[in-house]
Design a protein around this ligand. Structure first.
Ligand code: NAD
Length: 499
């Protein structure tokens, strides 16, 4: 049984708390490693190491810091397959999807290579008589991030790349479900030239998170995960005086207008609903066709596509559409929610409950499910299922469809499929959701834009990556300077007493 470690002060360090969590192989249902769960003392030690290392890193000029990230990008590309393999083994997602996870993190690292440009301050020459004003962006000091299981490469990189580029030290508390890739990333960054103590990985659960929340040295916390935990971390972190941004759960609606290309909409829904077994915060989990005829046509197109989905382990090759869900508990929760859907009167059009994969009977595979006639009072509509379950809510009009997406408590992403520019434009303008796709089912913005939801999907006022990240990981100092007049008259030739 492999025992994983923490990564503190440039070395793999064994856990000393005596507490561990099992790291599963979701495809086989076997325990493949155990990960240490840090105590408050272990976290505090890492914070002290970070605090000692950070001032020297902040003093390295931004271009040199960026060069470490440049080298890191090379190393990520060199080790892409190795990282993706470790990621698939612990998470369960397919190998190409695991590479995508690394790639979308890498793109934010590439963006952060522009740190010298992003960190330039502002300058006003002659703001008053002999007065200049300038502002600079300075690092916060020791920063921390708490990340979810579903993107174990991408989301840590979204946090630590800008934090480090800005001259901070960063402590990563990754998900205890798939901690290996974060540990590998820390090793690669050190190989790229990052000084010891600037990126540390401290594994753990609630105990380690609370140690982050209560440590007075930590200046900022980034969190991505479920909404109840996001709310908890935001509340406690803010009341402890930290800068906090938390990104939570989702229930993303895709509206299908009668004029949409129905094949295109069905293909998009199948990829966005079932890809990564639905374990994406930008997955589409609710389809909202407008008009009964649209709904009937859509369902007719969806059913054969869903029945054809290939579910399997990442080792089965690139034509697998999605893999197992992350834990047995997640599988049971998904099947429980499916049952509530049936009990509360939704029509189960594709039933994946009996799905079994020969040779992988103990794996956490869940068959694809499609519901029709879902209503807004049902649990499957209100709850984030985070599994391969797509609900169809029929709307009579565009306004009714828009209202469903607007009234849902989550506001991470949404999409509309239509050929009509006026409808698309109206939708983009009026919807109260942070990321909008027009004929794009998963509108995850690229690295140089920002990522973030609205309503119960995000807490705090800045988004992830893009220019917002440079704001989040720095604070502004503004200097107003007036210099008394100097020796503009030239040299003194006569010996005079001092006065
Ligand atoms: P989670 O909330 O269970 O865990 C996230 C992190 O919080 C982990 O590091 C975990 O160790 C820690 N944690 C768990 N319980 C805690 C507690 N009681 N106190 C303190 N810390 C605790 O989330 P998950 O299951 O790992 O990830 C899935 C969730 O993340 C989904 O809700 C998904 O929508 C969301 N997510 C959101 C985004 C986004 O950008 N909005 C992106 C990815 C995932």
């Amino acid at each position: 049984m492999q025992e994983l470690s923490h990564y503190i002060d440039g070395a793999h360090v064994k856990g000393t708390s005596g507490r561990f969590a099992d790291v599963m192989n979701p495809a086989t249902g076997e325990v493949q490693a155990k990960v240490p769960l840090a105590s408050v003392e272990e976290m505090d030690h890492a914070v002290a190491v970070a605090a000692k290392a950070q001032p020297a890193w902040a003093a390295v000029n931004p271009q040199r810091r960026a060069r470490v990230l440049m080298k890191f990008v090379d190393l990520l590309n060199r080790d892409m397959d190795k990282l993706a393999e470790a990621l698939s083994r612990e998470h369960g997602k397919t190998f190409p999807d695991a590479k995508g996870d690394v790639q979308r993190g890498l793109e934010v690292v590439e963006y952060c290579i522009g740190a010298p440009q992003m960190l330039k301050g502002e300058y006003t020459d002659g703001a008053g008589p002999g007065i200049d004003i300038y502002s600079m962006r300075q690092p916060l000091g020791v920063t921390a991030g708490i990340t979810p299981f579903n993107f174990p490469a991408m989301i840590p990189m979204w946090m630590f790349a800008p934090a480090i580029a800005c001259g901070n030290a960063f402590i990563l508390k990754p998900s205890e479900r798939d901690p290996s890739v974060p540990l590998m990333l820390a090793e690669l960054l050190e190989e790229a030239g990052l000084p010891k103590g600037i990126l540390q990985v401290v594994n753990g659960d609630k105990g380690a998170v609370d140690a982050i929340l209560d440590n007075p040295v930590i200046q900022s916390i980034g969190f991505v995960g479920s909404t109840p935990i996001a709310e908890y971390i935001y509340g406690r972190g803010c009341s402890n005086g930290k800068r906090v941004q938390c990104f939570g759960g989702a229930k993303n609606h895709m509206i299908v207008m009668p004029d949409a290309d129905m094949d295109q909409a069905a293909d998009a829904l199948v990829g966005a609903g079932y890809g990564a077994a639905g374990e994406r915060c930008m997955a589409i989990s609710v389809a909202v066709p407008v008009g009964d005829e649209t709904a009937d046509r859509l369902i007719e197109k969806l059913v054969p596509r869903i029945e054809k989905l290939k579910v399997g382990p990442y080792t089965a090759g690139d034509d697998v559409d999605y893999g197992p869900v992350v834990t047995k508990a997640a599988k049971e929760n998904i099947l429980r929610l499916v049952q509530t859907g049936i009990d509360q009167g939704a029509k189960l059009v594709v039933d994946g409950r009996d799905f079994k994969l020969q040779g992988y009977e103990d794996g956490f595979f869940v068959g694809a499910h499609l519901f029709d006639n879902v209503t807004t009072d049902m649990d499957i509509y209100k709850t984030e299922i985070f599994g391969p379950v797509l609900s169809t809510v029929r709307a009579k009009t565009y306004e009714e469809a828009l209202g469903y997406a607007m009234d849902h408590e989550y506001g991470n992403g949404t999409a509309i499929f239509t050929r009509d520019g006026d409808t698309a434009r109206d939708f983009a303008s009026r919807i109260n959701i942070g990321m909008v796709g027009i004929n794009v089912p998963i509108p995850v913005p690229l690295a140089y834009h920002t990522f973030g939801g609205w309503k119960k999907s995000a807490f705090g006022d800045l988004n992830q990556h893009g220019p917002d990240a440079f704001k989040f990981y720095t604070r502004t100092k503004t200097v107003t300077a007036r210099w008394p007049s100097g020796l503009k008259e030239g040299g003194e030739f006569h010996f005079k007493p001092m006065d």
